[in-house]
Structures are given as structure tokens and as C-alpha cells.
Design a protein around this ligand. Sequence first.
Ligand code: THU
Length: 163
Amino acid sequence: MKKHHIQFEFTECSSTAELAAPDKRLLEAAIKARKNAYAPYSGFKVGAAVLLENGEIVVGNNQENASYPAGLCAERVAIFQAGAIYPNVAVLSVAISAAAEAHVVDRPAGPCGSCRQAMMEYEQKQNSPIRLLMQGEEGPIYICNAIADILPLAFGNSFLDNS
Ligand code: THU
């Protein structure tokens, strides 16, 4: 029997003042996108901004539905849109901003499992890491170096490859 130990490192910035200019811009784009979220059922609004290698920023926000499971998270709206418009351009970073109507979100909200899996697909496709920046409505910013770091033992296309 063998025990494995998985560790990962992420950076915490206490405010946007500590961010490099491109990261600050990306987070600002996520905050702006968050304000246009369609979240009448949960009152929880999320914005995501995807920075591509060509310098373009593609945004998304959560889109809810009266048939709840038909809605989609901000991160997937954004990354699918980026994949649709720029299918061959690598994703460098994704910024996520979350806020609730009923209370102040004062810590970063990590992406849900399905969004981690969806973003992981692009990381594997482009064979380079996607950085992740997250912030609540206020409070610290967490920066992760790769989606793989927050989705250990992930499922991926290598399991489907029989050649
Ligand atoms: N949501 C996101 O947009 N991203 C996440 O990673 C977590 C949750 C949305 C889905 C739903 O519209 C609302 O937040 C409450 O779950």
C-alpha cells in the first residue's frame, strides 16, 4: 500500500493594489461582467473574464433559468464563448468575481466542480496552464497557477484514447 500526498500553492493578495496591471484589468472585466449576470433565482451573481494569448478578453456571467439545471455558470459561459470565437488561441488566465444580493461575499468563491472540469479541458487542449484569479465582492484575491492544481486526479481525454 502506498500513500500519496497532493499539495498545491496559491497566492493571496490582500487587495487589487498588489496585482500586476494585466491581472487588475482582467479582474475589473470580471467585476463588470458580474453586474450583468442573470441570477433572479439565487441572487448570486458571478462574472468571469478570460484573457487569451492574443490579448483579447472574453467575458461571461451566470445565466439562470426557471428550470434551474438549464442555467449555466459564469466560468463556462466565458470559456465556451472564448473557445467559440477563438478556437485556436490559448487561454492565459481566468478572473472570477462573485457577489450575493443577500449578504457580502468577503472571500473568493472557487469555481464549481463542473466549471473546473470544463476549464481543465482547455488546459489539456492547449497543453499549458491556465491561471485563475478569484475574488468575492470584497476581500482578498486568490491566484492559482493552474486548473490542474484545483482538480487533482482529473478525468481527461487520455482515458478515452485507445491508440
Ligand atoms: N455559479 C457560477 O456562476 N459559478 C460558480 O463557479 C459557482 C456558482 C452560479 C450558478 C448559479 O447561477 C449561482 O451561482 C448560484 O449557484
